[in-house]
Design a protein around this ligand. Structure first.
Ligand code: ABT
Ligand code: MG
Length: 152
């Protein structure tokens, strides 16, 4: 996949869904200029959550993290575009929302590190791993606008 077509995995965590922030966050990614190529609402299984957060296994916050992420539906997404992995991390902001810059998603919308609204892959390797963990091949659709016929 070319750099123009880079993909990242984004998940809106249960707090984002329950606080009605889904539209607000998707709006920011659309406005930035990235392309939505995968989207679904899922209640993650414990297996998926453990695999997703495997790098944190053994840490004190691991169990709470898995419990939280499996506590309700998550909006799982794949976004595509030039430099999208690193750029999405910038849009998202630092892990702890108390120190995330204003203007970022976490800086504007969250307070608690354990309820930080959104996940974004931290590298292109993580993105590939996470996309194949959360999505089947047929659930991702690349697309190109057919024309400007629908712009009034
Ligand atoms: P994610 O996008 O959720 O992976 O967050 P990010 O990559 O910014 O930060 P990491 B370090 O991967 O945190 C994973 C989740 O663990 C929570 N966490 C992290 C804590 O609760 N306490 C901590 O001390 C640390 C370091 C925050 C992340 N998500 N949630 N919810
Ligand atoms: Mg992480």
């Amino acid at each position: 996949m070319s750099a123009q077509q880079e993909r990242t995995f984004i998940a809106l965590k249960p707090d984002a869904v329950q606080r009605n922030l889904v539209g607000e966050v998707i709006r920011r990614f659309e406005a930035k200029g990235f392309k939505l190529v995968g989207l679904k609402l899922v209640k993650p299984s414990v297996e998926t959550a453990e695999e997703h957060y495997a790098e944190h296994k053994g840490k004190g916050f691991y169990k709470g993290l898995v419990d939280f992420i499996t506590s309700g539906p998550v909006v799982a997404m794949v976004w595509q575009g030039k430099g999208v992995v690193a750029s999405a991390r910038k849009l998202i902001g630092a892990t702890n929302p108390l120190t995330s810059e204003p203007g970022t998603i976490r800086g504007d919308l969250a307070v608690d590190v354990g309820r930080n609204v959104i996940h974004g892959s931290d590298s292109t390797d993580s993105a590939q791993r996470e996309i194949s963990l959360w999505f089947k091949e047929g659930e991702i659709a690349d697309w190109t606008p057919v024309s400007n016929a629908w712009v009034y």
